[in-house]
Design a protein. Sequence first.
Length: 321
Amino acid sequence: MRRSRALPFFALGGLLPLLAGCVVHVDSGGFSARKEQRFRVEGRPTIDLATFDGTIEVQAWDRDEVLVQVDSRASSRALLEGIDVKMSQQGRRIAVEATAPEQDGWQLRGGGISRTARVVASVPVDSEVRIRSGDGAVHVERVRGVIDARTRDGRIVMREVGGEIVADSGDGAVQMEDVDGRCTVSTRDGSVLVSGRLRGGLRASSGDGTITVRAADGSVVNGDWQIETGDGGVVLALPDVLDASLDARTSDGRISLNGFPDLPIEQEGEGRRLQAVLGNGQGRLRIRTGDGSITLKRSFVPPPPAPPAPPAPPVAPESPR
């Protein structure tokens, strides 16, 4: 960013331009800047979004273009000017990256030093999106294509997504709802929720947290399903029709069944094990927990409400005789 003359203190709340499409805003919370750019695309684009520290939000829309907005914030103007935001396009590939140099001495007289760069992107529904955040949450909605989202520290939330999906957090919960496709979900410390039509394989793991998987009608174990947590319970809800070879084991906990009355449970010391064939047994469904219970139950999706009855036609008045 190009240096401009510093604002006096009485100008707090004013705007100061830095670059085309980028302005600095000064308020009681520090210094902030916004950079925005549109990219025209044809076909499925490949979009790389990365920030050193901050939330990344991606939402699909029905346009053949990508709109990216990066909001940078810092506790001082010098720190804000040190944030470098690069945006580029080569054919169908779009790259957006916010970086900042390492800083020594993270405490100053009168307060601490902080800086973030939040990335917000609107993309076509059919997109290939790669997301990387050094420290921040990730939110993705309505994208159907390829999604690879990773953050070293933060929560990951995805809704109405489909295709090939990867979600990995170093420290944070992962929540995925209305999924349609193949999923690889992992966190070193946090809970995991996966819900939807699961097809093509499932891997859900947590180093320390509960895992809940709700497989809707139409789910298929046509690739191995592996669900594993080091410390936490597992809840697996399955539809009435599903073919799989089930192998569930807990080292220290119980196995509870709801809707599967005939499946055998074996005791192994402090733990339990369940091996059974569901349907024709095609596909492998493996569940492991080091310390926690396993609950296996039937999925239930309530039917949609009945449409309201149409209003009765008006009664025509009788003609005088």
